[in-house]
Design a protein around this ligand. Structure first.
Ligand code: PGA
Length: 248
């Protein structure tokens, strides 16, 4: 059985103090959660949010990680640095990074390997654009993104990591994939993992859905058999909404 994960991606929102205040409101609402709960604040709020998360059932994630351990990489943050701040998950290859910051399948793969080496669980994002979906290219595209992201990662490490299927057209648009669409494409992603590593590994990898997931659609999405949780943007910025998704 795969333990579901609900992860909040705060994107470029929240100072440390604002993040700590949100955690304070969230903690009592989700203390009996049956899923793993992860919060991914911006780098600058990690310290305060980590302090606020002490003795709670919520884990800390980052929104990116560099592939080198240290050196002349101005503006970047290494896995070791994140680990030292209490980070146990890192979102890698979010479509906003691919779209605005030149992230490629190759850099996604390098970042995932660096995270795993430091003991941080990658949440690797894949997902098609609207034009790709309309052209019938979704399955081939997300399969290729998945295969490329996992290049030269061992079977044992793949079993630990998390993949998030996030159709770009559903992110921040209020337009959610239907539960069936999400389930079907997550099945395709799992099929790509199966093709590389076999059935046992494919059955262990947790694959989340992301894209306008909210208190209204969470329970229908979570009822889908391929779907192991959610990566939540907008609805993770309000304690009540995020708690309602977590307690789907
Ligand atoms: P959204 O973002 O929930 O605001 O659509 C999801 C994401 O980008 O991870």
């Amino acid at each position: 059985m795969r333990t579901p994960i609900i992860a909040g991606n705060w994107k470029m929102n929240m100072t440390g103090a604002q993040g700590a205040a949100l955690v304070k409101a969230l903690v009592p609402l989700v203390k009996d959660a049956k899923c793993e709960v992860v919060l991914c604040p911006p780098f600058t709020a990690l310290f305060d949010v980590n302090n606020a998360l002490e003795h709670t059932n919520i884990k800390l994630g980052a929104q990116n990680v560099h592939w080198e351990q240290k050196g002349a990489f101005t503006g970047e943050v290494s896995a070791e640095m994140l680990k030292a701040l209490g980070v146990s998950y890192a979102i890698i290859g979010h479509s906003e990074r691919r779209q605005y910051f030149g992230e490629t399948d190759e850099t996604v793969n390098s970042r995932a390997k660096a995270a795993l080496k430091a003991g941080i669980i990658p949440i690797i994002c894949v997902g098609e654009s609207l034009s790709q979906r309309e052209a019938g290219e979704t399955d081939a595209f997300v399969s290729r993104q998945t295969v490329n992201a996992l290049s030269s990662i061992s079977q044992a490490e793949v079993e630990k990591l998390v993949i998030a299927y996030e159709p770009i057209w559903a992110i921040g648009t209020g337009r959610t994939a239907s539960s069936e669409q999400a389930n079907e494409t997550i099945g395709v992603v799992r099929g790509a993992v199966r093709g590389l590593y076999g059935e046992e590994t494919a059955s262990k990898v947790r694959i989340l859905y992301g894209g306008s997931m909210n208190p209204k659609n969470a329970s229908a999405l979570m009822a889908m058999d391929e779907l192991d949780g959610g990566l939540i943007g907008g609805a993770s910025l309000l304690a009540e909404d995020f708690a309602a998704v977590i307690n789907f």
